[in-house]
Design a protein around this ligand. Structure first.
Ligand SMILES: *Cc1c(COP(=O)(O)O)cnc(C)c1O
Length: 421
């Protein structure tokens, strides 16, 4: 695709964009003068759909009107409420409905999944992560190692970029697995790296891990609603993701969980239980014996928070209307345009560390600015641009196809240019 550098051109792209109407479905934060902020942190907290308020109000009204009877009488009965989310969520991550459930929060889900899929032995006990794993994931696997009586340092194997490089190479994972695969029990990898924006080939990771009898789990916090991970076809054993980043479901909202169909009916997998993973037909008999549900629902513990689920429903209904294919198509163009403009600045101090191949990234670009410090981020903020700073010198910037425009991107780069002068 050939892009141009003018504001006219950006505005033309917006006019031609079949998804440009979506911006109006979201609340765009405004500065004190009532002007829209240029919001590029959908990778951290997605914006609020205007419909969310009504979805939550519906549940508040039903609670007011029905009390406990709302479990059955509410417009969207609370008893099966999580089921209203499953199909749309499954489509977003490329899974079958039996493989997906919305519950808990992300790190909690990772732990519950590791209860089942991290079953170390004395000799095969290590966990492999990427060296730039999100801190919460690193802490989670370290604590799992320690919980099982292993040394967290010794038990952690890191897949690192080579010296002088930022991105991970698949051949390096192959080497690690050839050399240490017999000692590795679990691969727990971020599908889209939160720092570099690199989207890894998770199908290949699953093949490599399984060839060495390792379990393979993927954190899709930066993938869900951004890329199309085709979880079922990838063959990974499990995955989890939050819904407050690209899935626009509100701060601290509930998370998604995926367990591959091949494990759906393995009822003797070790797991933690509560009344919500007990067979729903007989749950309220409150009797023994415990009868675990098949599929991802068999990892639930508690009855879920409906108000938060209402916000997820509001967002997923929009995703369903638009479809990931259309979003991805716009996203490749929007981020490609962003990349083009950054490269047009022509500064040797600026380097995009995110892969240039659209198949190896989502919407985010991580831009390294030589000799910059956090004052650069502050200057952008002073110019009403919200980006994400990462020490020592990287701006993470996510033009989200749902609500960011080509003009947003144009204005962002113009400002960056001025600030860098
Ligand atoms: C955002 C994010 C988290 C956050 O975890 P919570 O349990 O939702 O607080 C964890 N891991 C990754 C990779 C993330 O991007």
């Amino acid at each position: 695709m050939k892009y141009q550098t003018t504001l006219d051109y950006a505005q033309r792209l917006d006019q031609e964009d079949p998804l440009s109407y979506l911006r109006n479905e979201y609340h765009i934060p405004k500065n004190i003068k009532g002007k829209d902020w240029l919001y590029f942190t959908g990778n951290s907290l997605g914006l609020q759909p205007k419909a969310t308020q009504d979805y939550i109000q519906q549940e508040l009204d039903d609670w007011a009107n029905y009390g406990v009877e709302g479990h059955f009488e509410a417009a969207n009965p609370w008893m099966p409420y999580h089921e209203f989310l499953t199909e749309n969520m499954a489509k977003i991550v490329g899974a079958k409905p039996i493989e997906v459930v919305v519950m808990n929060t992300l790190t909690t889900n990772l732990h519950l999944l590791m209860v089942s899929f991290y079953q170390p032995t004395k000799t095969k006990y290590k966990i492999l992560i990427e060296s730039d794993a999100f801190p919460s994931d690193r802490y989670a696997v370290q604590s799992q190692l320690e919980f099982h009586g292993f040394d967290a340092k010794e038990g952690l194997v890191e897949w690192k970029p080579r010296d002088g490089e930022e991105l991970l190479r698949m051949e390096d994972l192959e080497t690690i697995l050839e050399e240490q695969g017999d000692e590795i029990s679990l691969l727990m990898i971020g599908g889209v790296n939160y720092y570099t924006g690199q989207y890894l080939d998770i199908k290949r990771i699953a093949q490599l891990g399984h060839a060495k009898n390792c379990m393979v789990g993927i954190d899709l916090a930066h993938g869900a609603g951004n890329i199309q991970p085709n979880l079922h076809d990838s063959g990974v054993d499990f995955a989890a993701w939050c819904t407050y980043k690209y899935l626009n479901s509100g701060p601290g909202s509930l998370a998604g969980l995926f367990v591959h169909e091949k494990h759906a009916h393995t009822k003797d997998l070790p797991r933690f239980s509560g009344w919500w993973n007990h067979n729903k037909e007989t749950r309220f008999n409150m009797r023994q014996p415990f009868d675990v549900m098949s599929g991802a629902e068999g990892w639930q513990l508690s009855n879920p928070p409906i108000l938060s689920m209402a916000a997820i429903k509001a967002s997923l209904d929009l995703f369903e209307k638009v479809g990931m294919d259309a979003l991805r198509k716009k996203s490749e163009k929007l981020t490609g345009y962003f990349e083009f403009l950054i490269n047009e600045i022509g500064s040797r101090d600026i380097k995009i560390i995110t892969p240039s191949n659209p198949k190896e990234r989502g919407c985010q670009l991580s831009i390294q600015v030589k000799n910059a410090d956090k004052s650069l981020h502050q200057k952008l903020t002073d110019n009403h641009i919200i980006t994400d700073w990462r020490e020592p010198d990287v701006i993470r910037c996510a033009p989200v196809p749902m609500y960011n425009s080509f003009e947003d991107v144009y204005r962002m780069v113009e400002t960056l240019k001025n600030v860098l002068k």
